[in-house]
Design a protein around this ligand. Structure first.
Ligand SMILES: Cc1cc2nc3c(=O)[nH]c(=O)nc-3n(C[C@H](O)[C@H](O)[C@H](O)COP(=O)(O)O)c2cc1C
Length: 216
């Protein structure tokens, strides 16, 4: 068995205390995201999305966070993809960010709904023509026998629409997903492996977020 037990670093970070946390986990998330972007951490908006399939088998993959506010976190993809099918059957999901050079992890739990169709179309049309075409020619997550057919279809559409900046329509099978959070955990690695962990949990009745600290 390959032995990696000697790998690992000693974490050193600025103190991360309850009094430094914003009352809103969205603002706290934005503060950490801004610091990750400024660092700069490449693809700081890349996040692991975990869903569950019909046999309760968890399934993780990376997606890119494109927008967020207090109502949710938006990413985009194919509505017939595996993730979309799993989310249609079980909307519960989690997001995970790991910004290694900053010793920071953010875990988020929540559930996912489809983004508004017009907002999806607006984003679709804001992307370069090449990205729009790539999105519509790929039957994401389906088995294919020959990638060449996809490339030929891509090139056919590229030459058809080369004098325009946009495809006429955003197809119904492509769009945004809105992840609505109900629990956040902010983790920062610290000295002696005594890391800092703070959890925000949403109270539906009071519409407020409670903050607690967890042992590392
Ligand atoms: C850094 C990175 C970012 C990605 N961003 C997206 C994305 O925003 N949307 C998407 O559908 N797939 C994205 N992918 C591809 C997914 O990880 C995955 O392969 C794809 O969505 C199909 O997953 P599914 O079969 O579970 O639906 C990204 C992959 C990587 C490595």
């Amino acid at each position: 068995m390959r032995d990696l037990t000697t790998m690992g670093k000693d974490f050193q970070s600025q103190p991360f205390k309850k009094e430094n946390l914003n009352a809103s986990p969205i603002i706290q998330f934005e503060t950490w995201l801004n610091e990750a972007i400024a660092f700069p951490i490449p693809e700081a908006n890349a996040m692991t999305l975990t869903t569950c399939d019909s046999k309760n088998q968890p399934n993780a993959r990376m997606v890119l966070l494109k927008k967020f506010d207090e109502t949710g976190f938006i990413f985009f993809g194919h509505y017939d993809s595996q993730k979309a099918q799993e989310l249609a059957a079980n909307p519960k999901a989690s997001l995970l960010f790991w910004w290694g050079p900053l010793n920071r992890q953010i875990r988020i739990q929540g559930s996912v709904i489809k983004e508004d169709k017009q907002k999806s179309a607006d984003y679709f049309h804001s992307r370069p023509l090449e990205s729009q075409i790539a999105a519509i020619v790929s039957p994401q997550s389906q088995k294919i026998s020959d990638k060449l057919k996809l490339i030929q279809e891509y090139e056919k559409l590229l030459s058809k629409y080369q004098d325009t900046e946009q495809l006429p329509d955003c197809p119904d099978y492509w769009g945004g997903f809105k992840f609505v959070p109900n629990r956040f955990e902010f983790w920062q690695g610290n000295a002696y492996r005594l890391h800092d962990r703070f959890v925000y949990e949403h109270d539906k009745n009071t519409q407020t977020w409670g903050i607690t600290q967890l042992a590392p």
